[in-house]
Design a protein around this ligand. Structure first.
Ligand code: DGL
Length: 264
């Protein structure tokens, strides 16, 4: 079936984290119409229960696919993907690209064999992460830490604020202070918010630590799945939020080519 050239790619996150994925999508697919959806009323996901997250994600994506008829949905959020991806795929007919912790590339990069993983509290406890570890990091040590403060730091930074160095230090200590933590040479940023504070994390961890995240790989997957499709931007790209669409919120999204905002 032919895809409507104006049909958007919908990127979904709890907040601004998915913008780290949108930045990569723009590089590969500059002409693709995009809707960026942020469940700001549900932010943060990382401190919620699995049931709460699954219900929100499934409900919101259902409503948004009816309303915006996207050609593809990207769940640009590790927390939502590791919990709800399978469930959402069962009920929606739209192709769905998820975001999962980049353990595989990290395992290929580490020299010391010790990998750190920073995610939300909900992500680090998922069996999905256990499975990735068993599949791709055999013989390596994976040290996980749930760092909800980094979500707040990234949200603040995109609003023009300066992340509190104590929050960055807490996240780094959460990895380094675990047994074997001093050997970490590669860190998986397993939350789409965290690449937005990569600079601060790098400064705190040192230049010999490499950071890995999935944004570029996700963008490549989206480009692959939409190969051969025509793109025509019939309307300006917009952000959809679950709070009131206060006009100053648009400042968050406009550097990423989003020029309108509406409330779901
Ligand atoms: N950006 C999200 C992720 O990738 C979650 C942030 C949150 O809402 O806690 O996990």
């Amino acid at each position: 079936m032919d895809v409507d050239p104006a049909s958007p790619i919908l990127l979904f996150d709890s907040g601004v984290g998915g913008l780290s994925v949108l930045a990569e999508v723009r590089k590969l697919l500059p002409d693709a119409p995009v809707i960026y959806a942020a469940d700001l009323a549900g932010l943060p996901y990382g401190t919620k229960t699995e049931a709460e997250i699954a219900a929100r994600v499934a409900g919101l994506l259902g409503r948004m696919s009816e309303r915006y008829k996207p050609r593809l949905i990207c769940i640009a959020c590790n927390t939502a993907s590791t919990i709800a991806l399978g469930m959402v795929r069962e009920v929606l007919h739209t192709p769905i690209v998820g975001t999962v912790p980049a353990i595989k590339p990290a395992a290929a990069l580490t020299k010391t064999g010790t990998i750190g993983l920073l995610g939300t509290l909900a992500t680090v406890r998922q069996s999905y992460v256990d499975e990735l570890e068993a599949q791709f990091a055999q013989g390596k040590r994976l040290i996980r830490h749930g760092a909800p403060g980094l979500v707040r730091a990234a949200e603040l930074k995109l609003r023009g604020g300066t992340p509190d160095p104590a929050i960055i230090a807490e996240a780094v200590a959460g990895l380094r202070d675990q047994p074997g933590g001093e050997a970490i040479d590669t860190v998986v940023l397993a939350c789409t918010h965290f690449p937005l504070v990569e600079e601060e994390l790098r400064a705190a961890m040192g230049d010999d630590v490499q950071f890995v995240h999935g944004a570029a790989g996700i963008a490549r997957r989206i480009a692959y799945l939409t190969q051969g499709q025509e793109f025509r931007r019939a309307a300006p790209d917009k952000a959809v939020v679950t709070t009131a669409a206060a006009p100053d919120l648009l400042n968050l999204f406009s550097p990423y080519g989003i020029t309108e905002i509406e409330s779901l």
